[in-house]
Design a protein around this ligand. Structure first.
Ligand code: SIN
Length: 480
């Protein structure tokens, strides 16, 4: 049985939103979106091309000329109304997420609260954009700076948080006064389109936000967004490999970029940790969204004295998971987004086993459907295994043992947690917590996990440029 929405008009079939209009693809082409749990068709969406993307860019460029003149307070009110719309329609949005992404309904509801949080946070930031006054080196000069919106933004969002990754990018862009062409993920476009509808209801001016859908044409649309001289900024969340391609393409027009790419987060448990909190933290950090987040713990390092006890309790906890259709109330963990994702997860498991890892639970697909994989724990992990180096993006926890802190962070033998947090070369550290995502907090990676920050005041700065105005002849030069 297909899920029902209280407001069926939120399910936008065969249309995207370009230049203030719901439009189909000019070619008439569509692509199918399937429920990953049942494989049933959720609906079809337009397969837009470069041509329609260009129309969206032109609309956003045109809209920018007026939108950037709005006051921060005006933009703030729009974002706040959008937040209210999202909260009022939270149940329907959660249904759409579970339907096309597969995550359990309760997790989808939590995602909506998280997604709405970015609208709320940036509605508050929009009215509080400050420049500086600076004393120049020349005594007759006065300098002031303005934080100006960068312009038209091309935002490319992923399927793992179909709502939150849209609002995390769009809300700061609008708060800054930018206009947007957003490429919704091919796997989860309906949540994006429903958010678009709610933005219209909130009174977003024409052309300010455009929502493009595509599956097969994703590469050509990405190319258009990264090469068009009318786009000033690109923000992408996705794999490191694709991020590198987009960065190269963007270099010809020297666009400002934010890249939120693949992760390989370590989770470190010291012998003196609160045992129950460590288990709970590791479970949430590893198995949130069935392991499909860029901040999921990919490598769990447990100090030797606690290793056996940790593996046993962690395994028992994983055995208690109820894997199934996200709409079943008992389900704690849903499917992966598609059957293809299962292949990579299974190859990581097979590689670990071949190199000496021992499975304590799971390690196989499930008869529930081709996108299901049993939550898996592997002990006796070693550094030569694929899981140690590559993001698994699935429900597999590899547990490594370590003896000393030097081994785990390559530092002197000092168990100060600040020292560990400060010495890890990563973008975000959770101390005594497996939950680090918050609209108020700067989210992002380092090295091949990308650059730029989302959320917080730093997320807003990504969509701004600083203009310096220097006034000459403003004072007397004193001879002392
Ligand atoms: C991501 O996986 O890209 C986002 C995860 C989060 O916001 O917690």
């Amino acid at each position: 049985m297909q899920p029902k929405l209280q407001d069926p008009s939120l399910l936008k079939l065969n249309v995207g939103f370009i230049n203030d209009e719901w439009v189909p693809a000019r070619s008439g082409k569509t692509f199918e979106v399937h429920d990953p749990a049942t494989r049933f068709l959720v609906g079809t969406c337009p397969e837009f091309t470069k041509a329609e993307t260009n129309e969206a860019i032109l609309a956003a460029r045109d809209a920018f000329s007026k939108f950037h003149l709005q006051t921060g307070r005006q933009r703030s009110r729009i974002l706040r109304r959008w937040y209210d719309e999202v909260m009022a329609n939270a149940d329907d949005l959660a249904i759409l997420i579970t339907w096309e992404n597969g995550k359990p309904l309760n997790d989808a509801k939590a995602e909506i609260a998280y997604a709405a949080g970015f609208l709320e946070w940036f509605s508050e930031e929009a009215a509080r954009i400050y420049g500086d006054t600076i004393q120049g080196s020349n005594p007759t000069h006065r300098m002031i700076t303005y934080k100006e919106p960068i312009g038209v933004c091309g935002l490319i969002t992923p399927w793992n948080f179909p709502a939150a990754m849209i609002t995390r990018k769009v809300a700061p862009a609008l708060a800054a006064g930018c206009t947007v062409v957003c490429k919704a993920p091919g796997e989860t476009p309906f949540t994006a389109l429903a958010l678009m509808e709610l933005a219209c209801r909130a009174g977003l001016p024409p052309g300010v936000l455009n929502m493009i859908t595509a599956l097969d044409n994703t590469i050509e649309i990405g190319h258009m967004l990264t090469t068009s001289p009318l786009i000033d900024k690109v923000s992408f969340t996705g794999s490191t490999n694709v991020g590198k391609i987009l960065m190269k393409q963007s270099s010809y027009t020297l666009k400002k970029l934010s890249m939120e790419l693949g992760g390989n987060a370590p989770f470190i448990v010291f012998e003196d940790a609160d045992f129950d909190a460590a288990i709970a933290g590791a479970i949430i950090a590893k198995f949130r969204s069935s392991g499909q987040t860029c901040v999921c713990a990919n490598r769990i390092y447990v100090q030797a004295g606690m290793y056996e006890r940790f593996v046993k309790a962690f395994t028992e906890k994983v055995k208690s998971f109820k894997v199934g259709n996200g709409f079943d109330a008992a389900t704690t963990h849903g499917p992966l987004v598609q059957a293809r994702a299962v292949e990579k997860v299974d190859s990581h498991v097979r590689d670990a086993v071949k190199k000496g890892g021992k499975i304590t639970v799971g390690g196989h697909g499930l008869s529930l459907g081709p996108a299901f994989y049993a939550p898996t724990v592997i002990r006796d992990m070693t550094a030569d295994m694929d899981i140690a180096r590559e993001e698994t993006f699935g429900p597999v926890a590899g547990i490594f043992s370590f003896t000393t802190e030097e081994e785990v962070v390559k530092l002197a033998n000092n168990t100060s947690i600040f020292r560990v947090a400060e010495s890890l070369k990563i973008g975000m550290v959770g101390v005594n917590t497996g939950v680090i995502s918050d609209p108020a907090s700067p989210f992002g990676g380092v090295k091949e996990s990308g650059f730029g920050r989302e959320g917080s005041k730093y997320g807003l700065a990504e969509f701004q440029v600083i203009k310096t105005v220097t006034f000459g002849g403003m004072g007397k030069t004193l001879k002392i």
